[in-house]
Design a protein around this ligand. Structure first.
Ligand code: SF4
Length: 218
């Protein structure tokens, strides 16, 4: 039984990665290599932090009640489906969490694979954003980076938004600088933003596992 999850970082609160106010877990590692991935430092499966499901459940359970959702990003959440599925089951025993996940695979691929852990996690999700990021198809979309990526409302908990444009980027103050969260509405946002901020003398918080609330690119 899987009892740990390899993560890059977490965020206590965001309004730009799914409906309402949500916590975020950026898992560590992705087997895909989409050119233009905004968080290439998250792609190796090593170099993150090993967190127990007990530890993550305790963190989520301690968040204020206005945090109603959990978003799974990365990295590739479906590569750690066993641990994430166990975590979702655990936290829903205490609170009726909305759960959303990103994946670089399509939902059809996941269903064809018939991986028991991935199928279990799929069955727990309210929303899935699927498909790899394709830089040539970058567009200003709600919670997605490119036009091939799709929003699947897998339960009736949330209604599709009538406005399909970016939820925007959040800037958050960190001890070691400014950090940003969200799916950029324009291509090459990260490099341009970080260059512009540094030109103004604003330090960008590093994407490190010790910084719990910086951006995962989706
Ligand atoms: S965009 Fe997503 S699926 Fe593609 S390499 Fe990056 S983390 Fe993996």
């Amino acid at each position: 039984m899987t009892t740990t999850i390899e993560i890059s970082r977490v965020a206590d609160r965001t309004a730009v990665l799914g409906p309402g106010l949500r916590a975020v877990i950026w898992v560590r590692g992705c087997p895909l290599r989409c050119p233009g991935c905004v968080a290439p430092e998250d792609l190796p499966f090593v170099g993150g932090v090993t967190r127990t499901i007990d530890d993550l459940a305790g963190w989520l359970g301690g968040l204020p009640s206005d945090i109603t959702g959990l978003t799974l990003s990365g990295g590739e959440p479906m590569a750690q489906a066993a641990g994430l599925s166990a975590l979702v089951e655990r936290i829903r025993a205490d609170r009726d969490w909305s759960v959303m996940s990103f994946t670089g695979w399509t939902v059809e691929h996941l269903r064809r694979q018939q991986d028991a852990d991935q199928i279990r996690l799929l069955g727990q999700l309210d929303i899935l954003v699927d498909g790899p990021y394709v830089a040539a198809r970058h567009a200003d979309l709600l919670w997605r980076g490119s036009t091939n990526q799709r929003l699947h409302f897998l339960t009736d908990r949330h209604a599709p938004s009538v406005q399909d444009t970016s939820a925007g980027i959040e800037l958050q103050l960190a001890e070691d600088g400014v950090q940003w969260v969200g799916v950029p509405p324009v291509p090459d946002f990260r490099a341009g933003f970080e260059t512009a901020m540094r030109a103004q003398g604003v330090e960008i918080a590093p994407f490190t596992p010790t910084n719990p609330t910086d951006e995962g690119g989706r």
